[in-house]
Design a protein around this ligand. Sequence first.
Ligand code: PMP
Length: 339
Amino acid sequence: MPAVHESVLDAIGGTPLFRLARLGAGLAAPVYAKAEFLSIGGSVKDRAALSMVLAAEREGLLAPGGTIVEATSGNTGIGLAIVGRQRGYRVIAGVADRAAPEKSDILRAYGAEVVLAPTAVPLEDPAHLFNVVRRLAEETPGAWLADQYDNQANPDAHVRTTGPEIWEQTGGRVTHFVAGVGTGGTITGTGGHLKAVSGGAVTVIGADPESSVYGGGDGSPYYVESIGHFIHPDTVEDRWPQAYRKDVADAFERIPDRESLMTARRLAREEGILAGPSSGTAVAAALRVARRLGPEDLVVVLLPDSGRSYLSKAHSDAWMRQWGFLEEDLPEDGLPAQG
Ligand code: PMP
């Protein structure tokens, strides 16, 4: 029987694992997907949002009548909107103008105020999303900037919940954990916990867009949103988030946009799992890893959000064709010949 909850906040996390039987067909090592789109707000970021709000309340940074402000590609804002509105706060979400429009619509539906700003300008530019939200937080009385990139309560959420869930769900048999890196909270907290409980036996693999700097790319732009890190050519100084601990990932798989997008589409068609493009990146990486493993191994890959937020992008044939990702000469399975 499904649980009866007294609050939607109790339906954050606690997500199931699904065996990827079709995409993983023929592989010796089983691949299980952690379905974060089944969290109440539809993404892995619900966990970080709840953790950051509770920590801010404990530390006296957020009090009744207060306002939560955050720069977000959407999902963290959605988590903050659900948690924040439930606990009586005003929520202002600064959203990158390149993010899928569905996410802004969802934010407004949950009662958040949305401010659109660019991220494809130098960090020094006052118009940059990060500077816009910083100003909003300074100018709004009682405002608290969640600051997911540098907030320790973000990775901590995964040390407390995502990591232990995966360990318990696999009966301690997980040998490889694969996840994308946005703020780094997921991979640092979950991967760090799995390494700690297994005595270092779990290998952690970052799934990164091919040109992202996390995996060693040149920082040039890519299409998959919410993961990786690209550098605007005019940016003088760049730094990595404090939510990300560089030593947790043992290796990176660098995935081209088309492989990510096609894998997200295959997940829907072949596994019945409608997930976002960053899930495509993660699963593409997990399949590459699993090809090198044996039957004694067990791969867990984290799917951050739902494909419902990308019906106008990755899951739209017209959008895919517009950007040259769908070509008529592709093989039947939709994947380019060379992964
Ligand atoms: N995928 C999606 C769709 C996301 O919204 C995020 C959060 N930016 C991530 C992956 C990366 O998660 P994290 O910030 O924990 O690294």
